[in-house]
Design a protein around this ligand. Structure first.
Ligand code: ADP
Length: 569
């Protein structure tokens, strides 16, 4: 995992090396202070050299100022490295998300995925920067000071560092213990995000069912669980780290006692003891960083696992690669197609039928019969488990999905608008369309009139999920979008929501324009659509139970006749 993280840094090698060099120089300057203390004790005081007071102090001051400047530069370089790494990874992750199959999104809550992009990416990149900056500097400082102490007096140095092996062992075991707890905490926090996302998306439902208290208590429970798992980590920390500090501080007492003993015996000068006293802070300063660093590392590695989990997922199969025929006639053939979402009962079973170019195929049947699933298979959101679908005689799974979707229009029941201007929402279908083209499709979709009345017409913001517009208006906008795309194949889920007669007429007219001259699959809720369809496919429990034109089916005893009677009543 660490190796993979480091590989990502390779692209910013120069910046990383700069951070490293600044860390080395800055750290080396740490050695100046104990040396100054020793100089003051052994030379300035001992030999009563007043003339050396100011020059020695100036050297100390110079070292301190230079070290701070280097620290600032280092911190700046490290931050900029981190920001770049976060940016790169975030974009890479987003790109990857867009290439994952729809099935993956069925199983992963969007709030949870959002938390991986928003929280896990920065957390994992902190590992690199802290590792490179803080950890390396700490190791360097520790080694340098340790070497200097041993050079001053190895016996006193041994006593000073006596607690270190114990501290090392505790830290090692503690980080193994805390890693799964960090993971838990991270997961609880992602679940909290997921819950928040879900309830904000459904805020209208919550309000209308006055479900606020229940929603609050669900959120409270998720927040509690996040708090509990966080506290589990923190409890361990609260015991282990003060313990380590205590051990380190016991070391200082041992050092002063033993050092004084040796000064009295005249085995070392008082200056050496002062050297040790000053250096002590610098040798234990890196040790005090072990705590925050292990936190960053544990958390970062957990996050890295969660991020790589997505980056390593197989992408949607033949998204780009695959055949891209020159032209499309629009003949669609289902050959004994079956499909199941999970291992459960199949949603589509042994469906076969033919659609000639330009025909309108109405899909009818009770809810859950598999009508939407059929459209999903045509858009290749999912692949049939057996059987095949052919477009102009070519199996769908040999075509590039990108190409297929470029030639397919999909108007869903819930017309989704992105929260940008209407113009941008329409341009989704054809990026280089002129305003004249937009107005022309809006006319055909019977949407031009209400847009003209808006103060900013095409520049009007749609609001989240297109909240600013009524159901009928959104439908006409998404019909306009499909018209602009002008695809040879159209998948259409007619809205079930009751529209007033006038709006219904406008939408119906718009749909007729849209269906003309292309092969259209329509989940039909309206009698007029069904009556005029070239082929009606009647589905029940995933099976095609009847197929034919209205005139033929209505006279036969069967599901279609029963459905018709139910609508008449
Ligand atoms: P219809 O559009 O005719 O109402 P669908 O095609 O939506 O029916 O659903 C057919 C069956 O597949 C239903 O039993 C439904 O519960 C199931 N189903 C639909 N979408 C999914 C999904 N994303 N994951 C699992 N099961 C699904």
């Amino acid at each position: 995992m660490l190796l993979r993280l480091l590989q990502r840094t390779a692209r910013y090698r120069d910046r990383a090396i700069l951070v490293f060099i600044l860390a080395v120089i800055g750290t080396a300057l740490v050695l100046v202070l104990p040396a100054i203390a020793k100089q003051f004790t052994d030379v300035v005081i001992e030999e009563k050299r007043k003339d050396l007071v100011i020059p020695t102090a100036l050297v100390g001051l110079g070292a301190i100022i230079l070290r701070q400047i280097l620290l600032s530069l280092r911190s700046l370089a490290a931050q900029s490295l981190e920001a770049r790494l976060v940016h790169d990874l975030r974009v890479e992750l987003y790109d990857k998300l867009q290439r994952l199959p729809v099935r993956w999104f069925d199983k992963n809550a969007s709030g949870e995925v959002m938390s991986r992009v928003a929280d896990d990416v920065p957390a994992m990149d902190r590992v690199i920067v802290e590792g490179l900056d803080t950890a390396l500097a700490a190791i360097l400082q520790f080694t340098l000071i340790l070497a200097a102490l041993f050079m001053q007096d190895w016996k006193l140095a041994l006593v000073t560092v006596a607690p270190l092996p114990i501290i090392g062992v505790i830290t090692y075991f503690y980080s193994r213990f805390s890693e799964p707890r960090w993971r838990e905490s991270s997961e609880a926090s992602a679940a909290l995000h997921s819950q928040l996302h879900d309830s904000l998306s459904g805020i209208r439902q919550i309000k209308v069912y006055t479900d606020e208290p229940e929603a609050l208590s669900r959120f409270e429970e998720a927040s509690h669980s996040s708090r509990r798992s966080y506290m589990r980590v923190m409890k361990g920390q609260a015991i282990v780290w003060p313990g380590i500090s205590m051990l380190a501080e016991c070391g200082i007492i041992a050092m002063v006692a033993y050092g004084s003993w040796r000064v009295i015996n005249e085995e070392i000068s008082a200056g050496v003891l002062f050297y040790f006293l000053f250096a002590w802070g610098f040798i234990f300063d890196p040790i005090s960083k072990i705590n925050p660093l292990t936190q960053v590392f544990n958390r970062g590695l957990v996050s890295a696992k969660r991020v790589f989990e997505i980056l390593d997922r197989p992408e949607e199969h033949n998204l780009v690669e695959g055949a891209r025929p020159e032209s499309v006639r629009g003949a669609i053939r289902f050959e004994d197609v079956s499909f199941a979402y999970d291992d459960e009962a199949p949603a589509i079973e042994h469906v076969s039928f033919d659609a000639a170019p330009g025909q309108t195929i109405a899909l009818v049947g009770p809810t859950g019969a598999g009508k939407s699933t059929l459209l999903h298979l045509l858009a290749r959101f999912y692949e049939p488990s057996s059987g095949r679908i052919l477009l102009d005689g070519q199996p769908l799974d040999t075509l590039s999905k990108e190409w297929l979707r470029d030639h397919t229009g999909y108007v869903t029941q819930e017309s989704f608008l992105f929260n940008t201007t209407l113009r941008e929402n329409l341009l989704l279908a054809k990026h280089d369309a002129s305003d004249d083209e937009l107005w022309s499709v809006l006319e055909s979709a019977n949407a031009a009139d209400f847009i003209r009345e808006l103060p900013d017409d095409l520049g009007t913001l749609a609001g989240e999920r297109g909240i600013r517009f009524s159901g009928g208006e959104k439908q006409r906008l998404s019909i306009a979008r499909a018209l602009l795309k002008n695809p040879p194949i159209l998948l259409l889920d007619e809205a079930t929501s009751a529209l007033d007669n006038e709006t219904e007429r406008l939408v119906q007219e718009a749909l007729e324009h849209l269906r003309a001259e292309r092969t259209s699959f329509v989940i039909a809720h309206r009698l007029s659509t069904v009556h005029s369809a070239d082929l009606i496919c009647v589905l029940e429990d995933g099976r095609l139970v009847q197929a034919g034109r209205h005139e033929d089916l209505v006279t036969k005893d069967g599901l279609y006749a029963r459905l018709c009677q139910a609508t008449m009543r």
